[in-house]
Ligand binder design. Structure first.
Ligand code: ZN
Length: 349
């Protein structure tokens, strides 16, 4: 950050922020650093971008950031022009397969408006906005960020005013030297560095997006249900075939016939993971049941089940491996773990 030069200073005569080319060179510029209020000199050399430097040498921590922030406010106030962001409502949720799906409602395109009135550093209710502009009878508050993101408390206070509010992010100047020309492009031409914090049509758009998303979720749930039924059907067919095979060769059984009803997969078969993770309630109920059967503290059971947080994790192991692992960790027979996995709805047996 030390490579960034102070691009603007406050001219004592009229309190405006100015570039080095708008004032006489050297100490004759009669300007102060906007960050620390110490006198600066205008450097108009041939090697580096023209800039200001503290007259007594050294740098200050916030001079550069404050100068960019302040001149951005001043430019909007002088031009009385504001590039409004596009308005999109975006809602997302996790479907029955555990995938993230998104619904986007496009409401308004970005557009430039002329401000009938424009003031900087305006207090509204509990918050001071960087810029307050007026278009016809409607007010718009603007928050400009440079080095730091907009703090959630400030965002909330802006939204609480009920006034249309937008944010402009000038974070690009954290790494690239700010000049008047570059800031003008960022403020009046770049539609990507801004968004609405509050807009009268936002709630309605969100509700419409939610309705569309709910319909999609319902459709995915039905698809999942169908996939699950198909898996069940295939599984029960395999189970039937194996039962017939074992009935024909009882000597192959290392367990009596009742093992068919037990919670362990039959000899020579592997349990299958279900298409998606079971609900938290089902996992909790099955954990409680295991705890009641074995006398093991529910918290210890939950510590094991809580390690599974996504369906993707299950893809890296088999039910048998997981049962062996948990059986060792909880010091319980594998049958109990299989019963837990089956009752919770992790697996098909
Ligand atoms: Zn300074």
């Amino acid at each position: 950050m030390s490579a960034l030069l102070l691009p603007f200073a406050r001219r004592i005569a009229d309190s405006n922020l100015v570039s080095p080319d708008e004032v006489p060179r050297g100490a004759g510029c009669n300007c102060l650093c906007p960050g620390c209020d110490r006198p600066v000199i205008a450097r108009q050399g041939t090697e580096r971008e023209w800039h200001f430097a503290h007259a007594k040498g050294g740098a200050c921590q916030h001079g550069y950031e404050v100068s960019v922030h302040e001149i951005a406010k001043q430019m909007i106030r002088h031009r009385r022009e504001l590039l409004l962001p596009a308005l999109d409502a975006v809602i997302s949720a996790t479907d029955s397969f555990g995938l993230l799906i998104e619904e986007r409602m496009h409401v308004l395109n970005a557009k430039t408006v002329h401000l009938d009135q424009c003031k900087t550093s305006q207090k509204r209710d509990e918050v001071t906005a960087d810029v307050a502009g007026r278009v016809a009878d409607r007010e718009i508050l603007v928050e400009i960020t440079v080095f730091h993101r907009l703090m959630p408390e400030k965002r909330d206070r802006l939204i609480a005013t009920g006034i249309s509010s937008m944010q402009i992010d000038l974070g690009e100047f954290k790494v690239s030297q700010a000049t008047r020309a570059k800031i003008e492009v960022a403020l009046f031409e770049n539609t990507m560095n801004r968004h609405w914090l509050n807009h009268p049509r936002m709630e309605q758009a969100r509700r419409e997006a939610q309705t569309k998303l709910d319909a999609k979720l319902e459709q995915r749930r039905a698809e999942w249900q169908l996939a699950e039924e198909k898996r069940l059907e295939e599984h029960s067919k395999r189970r039937q075939e194996l039962a017939e095979f074992q009935f024909a060769r009882p000597s192959l059984l290392d367990k009596p016939a009742e093992s068919i009803a037990s919670h362990r997969p039959l000899l020579g078969t592997e349990a299958m993971w279900r298409a998606s993770l079971p609900t938290q309630e089902n996992v909790y109920r099955a954990s409680q049941s295991l705890s009641a059967r074995t006398g093991l503290d529910i918290a210890i059971v939950r510590a094991a089940t809580n390690t599974i947080t996504s369906r993707g994790q299950l893809a890296t192991t088999t039910p048998t491996n997981l049962a062996t692992e948990w059986a060792a960790a909880l010091n319980l027979p594998e049958d109990e773990i299989f019963r837990l996995l089956s009752e919770a709805g992790y697996i098909l047996i």
